[in-house]
Design a protein around this ligand. Structure first.
Ligand code: GTB
Length: 217
């Protein structure tokens, strides 16, 4: 039985790897699980067939036989728990790595997503200019803390884990803003993640689809 995920038929980022199927592809590549991709249009995402898989009308989804999952956190955690390669064997180290996955999604990603909203959804509001520095500073606050914890280490807690996969994926979304470059240790951490062969395969696979597709003007 093969694994099938969904991804944008045409990603709004033109294939820069920022859409969330990339983190799922990366996890699949890290654990050596072959997969197929069903590309889906924005319209189809809101139709009943997709809503049965993803109640919020979003990508990515994950199907493996009887199991259908949505939410990248759940998908990556499932892959990490059902294959070797993304979680340490030792129980406490495993629990800490899962903790970093949650930290990425619950503590670091929200202010980063707020910046996307502030720029792209609210950018034309009269108060947008005043709000933007506050949103950016909330991100910086988190990055100061994350950077202090990472220190000179390669990864957040020993060997590379699903926690790093999720944290690097979350931080990547920040690169276009320039804020990541204010934190050279974290910028280098993200580059280390991107240099992993599994990430490169995942990126190349989504790039092949998006670079080939005509972009919306
Ligand atoms: N919490 C969910 C998860 O982690 O799975 C969030 C899933 C999600 O936000 N999916 C987005 C989506 O389907 C795509 S990744 N959006 C369509 C919709 O909501 O109607 C978010 C994303 C979109 C675009 C860019 N980009 O252009 O750079 C980057 C990331």
């Amino acid at each position: 039985m093969s694994v099938v995920i969904t991804a944008f038929e045409r990603s709004p980022d033109g294939g820069k790897g920022l859409a969330r199927d990339t983190r799922v592809r990366w996890a699949l590549e890290e654990v050596g699980q072959p997969y197929e991709v069903r590309l889906i249009s924005f319209r189809a995402m809101k139709e009943p067939a997709h809503l049965r898989l993803q109640p919020f009308g979003q990508i990515p989804t994950y199907e493996d036989g009887d199991l259908a999952l949505f939410e990248t956190g759940a998908i990556v955690l499932h892959l990490a728990q059902s294959h070797s390669g993304l979680l340490p064997e030792e129980a406490n180290a495993r629990a800490r790595a899962i903790g970093w996955m949650f930290a990425a999604l619950n503590t670091v990603e929200p202010p980063i997503l707020d910046l996307v909203v502030a720029k792209f959804d609210e950018g034309d509001r009269p108060w947008a200019k005043e709000r933007l520095p506050l949103v950016e500073d909330r991100i910086r606050h988190r990055l100061v803390q994350l950077s202090a914890r990472l220190g000179d280490a390669d990864w957040l807690d020993g060997a590379f884990s699903g926690g790093d996969l999720m944290m690097v994926s979350v931080l990547l979304r920040l690169r276009p803003s320039g804020i990541l470059d204010e934190f050279p240790g974290l910028a280098a951490y993200v580059v280390r993640g991107e240099a992993r062969p599994a990430y490169r395969r995942a990126f190349a696979a989504q790039w092949a689809i998006n670079a080939a597709a005509p972009q919306a003007s």
